[in-house]
Design a protein around this ligand. Structure first.
Ligand code: FES
Length: 130
């Protein structure tokens, strides 16, 4: 079963989904994996606080890039509140293979980026409401 997931990860790495940039994005956020310095940037276009389009960019290992590709596939149509509720297990289930502590940091980098982006824009929204 692991082999199937490994193939899927490799396929996302070699042919990433949602790769690129959104010039007029509502959320653009970038962060790096402190262990290796690899970076992921994610651009999100919103409509009524729901993800209408998403693209990612950056460099990193197969796990971080596949994780970004798979995660961005899941984001279209999701609200910012739903993004804030996504947890580590959600990503580990998407990848589907056991990962050691170093690889987990790679896998979670894209989630860290979109959550920081989602919280950022919501905080600005709260300030506007007051
Ligand atoms: Fe850098 Fe995986 S080794 S993100």
């Amino acid at each position: 079963m692991d082999d199937l997931y490994r193939e899927l990860i490799l396929d996302h790495y070699q042919h990433p989904h949602n790769h690129g940039e959104i010039p007029s994005a509502d959320i653009s956020y970038e962060d790096s994996n402190p262990l290796c310095g690899d970076k992921i940037r994610i651009d999100i276009k919103l409509r009524d606080n729901v993800v209408e389009d998403v693209k990612f960019n950056g460099k990193g290992c197969a796990i971080s890039q596949a994780s970004a590709s798979m995660l961005t596939d899941e984001l279209i149509g999701k609200s910012l509140d739903a993004i804030k509720k996504m947890d580590k297990q959600f990503i580990l289930d998407l990848l589907g293979i056991p990962l050691g502590p170093t690889r987990i940091k790679c896998a979670l980098l894209p989630l860290k980026v979109i959550k920081a982006g989602a919280y950022g824009i919501n905080n600005w929204g709260d300030e506007d409401d007051e």
